[in-house]
Unconditional design. Structure first.
Length: 507
């Protein structure tokens, strides 16, 4: 597909409708989709809901043509053009469909990309990993336009990996819309964005979409759904359970049940939880970590100014700040993957890095990005929690395997034990990393957007396990953009401000 095809292709060659009928997809030994039928038309806006491993990502890739339906004799996949032509091969249609999901973002991290923001957006014209040639003047103008739409005007020359997790996601939105596709496939795209970033993302989606642009958005949070939806589809165990056409006035009563099952505590209940959290707050303070005149740089950029901070045992913290404020960098420094700049000090209760990491449970998008393309099985991922490693250097002992299999059962992952990381959905891999963190008792939990990608049941289970760990003396430091994710016992807040010293407050 030539660069800039969205500007040069005749109007009659644009997509009018995508039809999928009785399609199934087998990946390895399991059926990711079973007998799925869907009909997406120009201008429609779909919300795709379903638990982890339900088949949401596989369905999006089937629509685009990245995956083929497994032959069963009944399957249909047709691409209807505006001029009336019907195509069954996805070659042309794939050029009119843009996909944005966590896999692409993780790929830049794994490859330690040196591209700047403008170069990343330029690759959207060819859907490539690297620019194939320099941008034309028209493309340069378009790149500046879409960066402004996603709230990143002036960032064109910044290194892509110097941005925060949420900022990178918005750059990739610009990459997806730069050639004005007919269909946008948005897979958990709101993960990692703060409230302002989510609003900016959805605003950019509206600005970049013509009335005939269709999009499908997957999310575990019904409240994140933008206005203007036309359909809600629910999928479970690889099959579509229901399709609701909101234009027909159908009431989506199951949406409220979904939110109720999420266990979201109203503000009054969270205040009561904090009031009853005295046991953990009155425990004698035992410093786990102390920072003195600590400043943090990443990629030669000042992320956090010099400050003093003490992490006491039994004092639970929430990290706040807009995208780019440095929350993920701060957690990486606490974990031991980054050091304070020269002149700063970091003192830990267990000074040796191996001893420290053995007592810390880490869940983060960066850890997930490192695992995403590996051949490690779910069982191996969980077992690596014994050694704070990526992969294993030796086979687990029998005692370790017993603990691993206990966690696999606890998190509903037993049936996925032999599946490789790259065969998992984003939510399934996040759940495997949660099990990895829980495979041994931890004194400290460092959690960077831990609930992102998890369905309602998994979020509720994680909350309960964290509550149990805290009741046994563990300490929690959590970064999240969602107030409802913050447990009641978290009573202290660290406000991160890009390039300046953090501010300490009580919640």
């Amino acid at each position: 597909m030539a660069r800039g095809v969205s500007r040069t292709v005749p109007a009659g060659r644009r997509l009018r409708r995508i039809e999928v009928g009785h399609a199934s997809v087998r990946l390895g030994r399991h059926w990711a989709l079973r007998d799925v039928s869907l009909d997406v038309r120009a201008g429609e806006h779909w919300l795709l809901l379903g638990p982890n491993g339900a088949g949401k990502t596989v369905l999006l890739k089937l629509l685009r043509g990245d995956l083929w339906p497994t032959p069963t004799g009944r399957e249909i996949r047709r691409y209807h053009l505006r001029d009336g032509e019907v195509l069954e091969q996805p070659l042309f249609a794939a050029g009119r469909i843009a996909y944005l999901g966590p896999e692409r973002q993780d790929r830049y991290v794994r490859n330690e990309s040196t591209l700047d923001v403008a170069q990343v957006v330029l690759t959207g014209y060819d859907d490539s990993d690297y620019p194939l040639q320099s941008a034309t003047r028209a493309q340069q103008r378009r790149i500046r336009q879409v960066l402004q739409q996603v709230g990143l005007a002036g960032y064109a020359s910044r290194a892509f990996l110097s941005l925060s997790y949420g900022q990178r996601r918005r750059v990739l939105l610009a990459r997806a819309v730069v050639r004005e596709p007919d269909l946008l496939l948005l897979d958990e795209v709101l993960n990692g964005l703060d409230a302002k970033g989510r609003a900016a993302f959805l605003r950019a989606l509206r600005l970049a979409s013509s009335p005939r642009t269709a999009w499908i958005l997957t999310s575990h949070r019904r409240d994140d759904a933008p206005t203007g939806l036309t359909h809600i589809v629910r999928i479970a165990r690889g099959g579509i359970e229901s399709v609701t056409d909101l234009r027909a006035g159908a009431v989506d009563s199951s949406a409220s049940r979904l939110e109720a099952r999420a266990g979201l505590a109203p503000a009054s209940k969270r205040k009561a939880q904090r009031a009853n959290a005295g046991a953990s707050r009155t425990r004698p303070a035992q410093p786990l970590l102390r920072l003195q005149r600590a400043a943090v740089y990443r990629d030669e950029r000042l992320v956090s100014g010099k400050f003093d901070w003490t992490l006491e045992r039994g004092q639970h913290w929430c990290l706040r700040g807009a995208n780019g404020a440095g929350k993920s960098t701060f957690i990486a420094m606490l974990y031991g993957d980054l050091w304070p700049a020269h002149g700063g000090r970091r003192e830990r209760q267990w000074p040796a890095t191996d001893d420290w990491k053995a007592r810390v449970g880490l869940v983060s998008p960066e850890l997930q990005a490192r695992y995403a393309a590996t051949r490690c099985t779910v069982e191996q991922i969980v077992a690596s929690g014994f050694h704070a490693s990526i992969g294993l250097n030796a086979r687990p002992t029998l005692a370790e395997l017993r603990c691993v299999r206990r966690e696999l059962r606890a998190w509903g992952l037993a049936d996925l034990a032999t599946r490789q990381a790259r065969e998992l959905s984003y939510g399934q891999l996040r759940l495997a990393l949660v099990a990895r963190a829980f495979v041994v008792p931890r004194s400290l939990w460092l959690l960077d957007e831990p609930f992102d990608g998890l369905d309602t049941e998994a979020r509720q289970r994680l909350r309960a396990r964290l509550d149990g760990a805290v009741s046994r003396g563990a300490t929690v430091v959590m970064a999240t953009h969602h107030e409802e994710d913050v447990p009641g016992y978290v009573t202290r807040e660290l406000q991160l401000r890009c390039g300046r010293a953090p501010v300490i407050t009580n919640r």
